[in-house]
Design a protein around this ligand. Sequence first.
Ligand code: MN
Length: 233
Amino acid sequence: MSRTIVIGDLHGCYDEALELLDRVGATSSDRIIFTGDLIDRGPKNRECVELAMKHESILGNHEEKHLQQRRRKDEDLHPDHLATRKALGPEHLDYFASLPHFIRLPEHNAVVIHAGVLPGKRIEEQDPYHLLHAQCVRPPERKSYWPSKAPADYRFWTNYWQGPERVIFGHTVFDRPLVTEYAVGIDTGCAFGRTLTAVVLPSWEIVSVPSRQPSRGSDVARIPAHGDVNVFS
Ligand SMILES: [Mn+2]
């Protein structure tokens, strides 16, 4: 039976992506989807984009940023973004411009998005800002906060989302994959020296490989054994 393998944010971690594909035994009959944020932070941006071009990806906020900065001068870019720009050609930016905000997997009652959604709206009606950025929210307000900067009455979006689809997402780095009834978060911070994670459908098996990058500090969402996921450090 053919599988769908969804892989979390690469951020230039190409070697780990190949190791993960090998670890899950990916073949040409498997469908492979990346959750966006292929670029920035890690060492092999071009390779990651070209890997995604051979498979499928959604748009991440980092691809969006490079599209927004497309006409900005080199000297006006963040050094990390400049390094990425130098590794890419116009064909890669054109590819970013073609990427969807979500990919539906109706056969699994699932949808792949980059960041998050607000409750009570179909995926097609979601604000693209939330699809690319949502973390801690207070519906129906539009505002979203980084976990470490969220006021106490803002909660991580998965605490509100009640489906009907199970959302597979990246963007927020967790200390281990987040698995709830209606959400599966698979960004485990490879670019920060943690792990790269995939979820394999239809079994929903989670597979991770260790990062080869040096350990770097980042906001990491620590998931408690019970309760919501608003425990961050
Ligand atoms: Mn992101």
